[in-house]
Write a new protein. Structure first.
Length: 113
């Protein structure tokens, strides 16, 4: 079996899964966040009283287009979640491909010398 069609099919399946599965990402706090909320009273995800570690937390310093499983500049939550999943996969694949390309290039250069 040729490698190229297999890789292309894998990328297509990964992008489809990222676009669809990201729609089911939970907006509920994960394990770490729920532990940090211990001792606080919350309403609709906002701290309304009590004392907990998470009260001292601020917003992300960098911000981010992918925060909270969506795209901050889109008003449509469904489109934002799908797009965040797809762009996240593309970014990860681009970084991994570049890293492995550099590793392979380095081995080729060492072998030729």
């Amino acid at each position: 079996m040729k490698t190229r069609p297999f890789i292309i099919a894998g990328v297509v399946v990964t992008l489809l899964l990222a676009g669809v599965v990201s729609l089911f990402a939970s907006a509920s706090p994960d394990g770490l966040e729920s532990v940090l909320l211990t001792g606080c009273d919350t309403t609709d995800g906002e701290i309304t009283g009590g004392a907990c570690v998470l009260q001292a937390a601020g917003d992300h310093e960098i911000g981010g287009a992918f925060a909270d499983y969506g795209m901050s500049f889109l008003d449509n939550e469904v489109l934002g979640a799908s797009l965040a999943g797809i762009l996240g996969v593309l970014l990860t694949l681009a970084i991994a491909t570049g890293f492995f390309w550099l590793l392979a290039r380095g081995k080729r250069t060492q072998g030729e010398a």
